[in-house]
Design a protein around this ligand. Structure first.
Ligand SMILES: [Zn+2]
Length: 168
């Protein structure tokens, strides 16, 4: 059984559900590197309501990825999660939306770090240029799932994993 760090970034659909664009996943180990995926949109942008499209355009400014970008079919998410998380004891996330998204795929063994005030207070920002990720347009690197899981690794190692165990 292993522990993993997972983060996803993306957009919203008309029902305010998360549409994942970038996913980063890594085991909770010093010597590990994140694996990343960037997914094609599950449907065309013009199926989104006008206000949702505008909201997504704003989000696009933050993470520097477009609705149309992506390499992997959206339906592959299930299989990728299944392949990489089959021995997952705990999946650490840092966001309620990501936790909810994981639950929709049938994973309940997540631990939402944002629910631990002491942990949040321990968060130390990593030097930005240490992370390279090709998923974002050049001028953007404000938000990146790869950077986020690396940050989680550093912070969990500093904070102490034992303090983060919770009964399920
Ligand atoms: Zn990225």
């Amino acid at each position: 059984m292993s522990c993993y760090l997972l983060d996803v970034l993306g957009f919203r659909d008309n029902e305010d559900k998360l549409i994942v664009k970038e996913m980063a996943l890594m085991p909770l180990r010093y010597d590990a590197e994140p694996q990343t995926w960037i997914f094609k949109p599950p449907f065309l942008k013009n199926l989104l309501d006008a206000d949702v499209r505008r909201l997504n355009e704003n989000t696009s400014y933050i993470h520097g990825m477009s609705w149309e970008s992506g390499e992997i079919d959206y339906e592959c998410i299930d299989a990728i999660l299944c392949e990489h998380l089959k021995d997952a004891k705990t999946i650490y996330v840092i966001d309620f939306a990501v936790a909810h998204w994981l639950r929709c795929y049938g994973y309940t063994q997540f631990f939402n770090l944002s629910t631990v005030p002491d942990y949040v207070n321990h968060v130390i920002p990593m030097i930005e240029h240490e992370t390279e990720c090709s998923h974002h347009s050049d001028s953007f690197m404000i938000d990146c799932a790869v950077k986020n899981v690396k940050q989680m690794l550093v912070n969990i190692m500093l904070y102490g994993q034992k303090e983060l165990q919770q009964p399920h």
